[in-house]
Design a protein around this ligand. Structure first.
Ligand SMILES: [Fe+2]
Ligand SMILES: [Fe+2]
Length: 271
């Protein structure tokens, strides 16, 4: 495996440029900017759909908190521990905001439903996130990096929103999540870029295998989740799978410092 040697810096701009390039190639019906200002929730059904969508969001964040909390004590690397302490704090705050917003709007604390949804993540992911450090890296890739193109396209095409949630997302969640992506990448590079060539080849092969396992484990959830997003926000999900697959390839190629063409055939979200 040979290195590309010319990786651009991973920045927000690089993410957007890459996603726009993938849209043009795989799903040109998606817009490159937000289509319209979403309208607010109105009917009782819209509120119900919104609660389901936000409970799933809170569960995603709380699951991250639970996984990272287990790992922080298992991998005795101070660099990783400092990063994870931030990720745990941030994603915990995202889950808590979301829980309280649903509580405020619905009059009911959704914590039991959030707990049930978190359990589903544990069930379908199995021990992958806590099996070894590369399994944990595959978990971070799936829960922080691979979903980014989908999240951006959802926000560009959403037609219904809760303004309080949108404000918290743009002011707090977006910058936090960018920091999480940069942190995951920095930690990975601190190991990978220093490894000897033979060790690098081995690490790359193992990470790819674990990431593929993660994809197979997450496929049914992702397809169901996109329906929930579509129902709640009106976001367009047709053609999302092709962009998701292509974005995941870009992420893996960047992390492994390989040209896309050198990656093996990967599991699709549609499988
Ligand atoms: Fe989060
Ligand atoms: Fe995060």
């Amino acid at each position: 495996m040979s290195a590309t040697l010319t990786r651009p810096a991973w920045t927000n701009e690089f993410e957007i440029e890459t996603i726009d390039k993938l849209i043009a190639r795989h799903a040109p019906h998606f817009p490159t900017t937000r289509l319209q200002e979403p309208r607010t929730l109105t009917t009782p059904q819209e509120f119900e759909n919104f609660y389901r969508f936000r409970i799933a969001g809170a569960a995603h964040d709380l699951y991250i908190v639970q996984v990272c909390s287990k790992v922080i004590d298992q991998i005795p690397d101070p660099e990783l521990q400092l990063f994870l302490s931030r990720q745990i704090g941030d994603d915990g705050a995202h889950a808590q905001f979301t829980r309280q917003r649903v509580w405020e709007l619905s009059g009911h604390d959704p914590i039991d439903k959030i707990k049930q949804e978190v359990q589903k993540h544990w069930d379908f992911m199995g021990d992958l996130p806590i099996r070894n450090w590369l399994g944990f890296m595959a978990f971070e890739l799936h829960y922080e990096l691979h979903i980014v193109a989908q999240l951006i396209l959802n926000s560009r095409t959403a037609t219904i929103a809760d303004p309080e949630t949108s404000k918290f997302a743009s002011q707090t969640i977006l910058p936090d999540e960018a920091a999480h992506r940069f942190g995951v990448l920095a930690w990975w590079q601190s190991k990978y870029d220093k490894a000897a060539p033979a060790q690098k080849t081995e690490m790359a092969a193992q990470l790819l295998e674990l990431d593929e396992e993660g994809q197979r484990r997450r496929n049914p959830y992702l397809k169901e989740h996109w329906q929930i997003v579509h129902l709640a926000t009106g976001a367009q999900i047709q053609g999302l799978a092709a962009v998701y697959d292509a974005w995941r390839k870009e992420v893996l190629a960047y992390f492994l410092d390989l040209p896309i063409a050198k990656l093996p055939q990967l599991v699709s979200v549609n499988e």
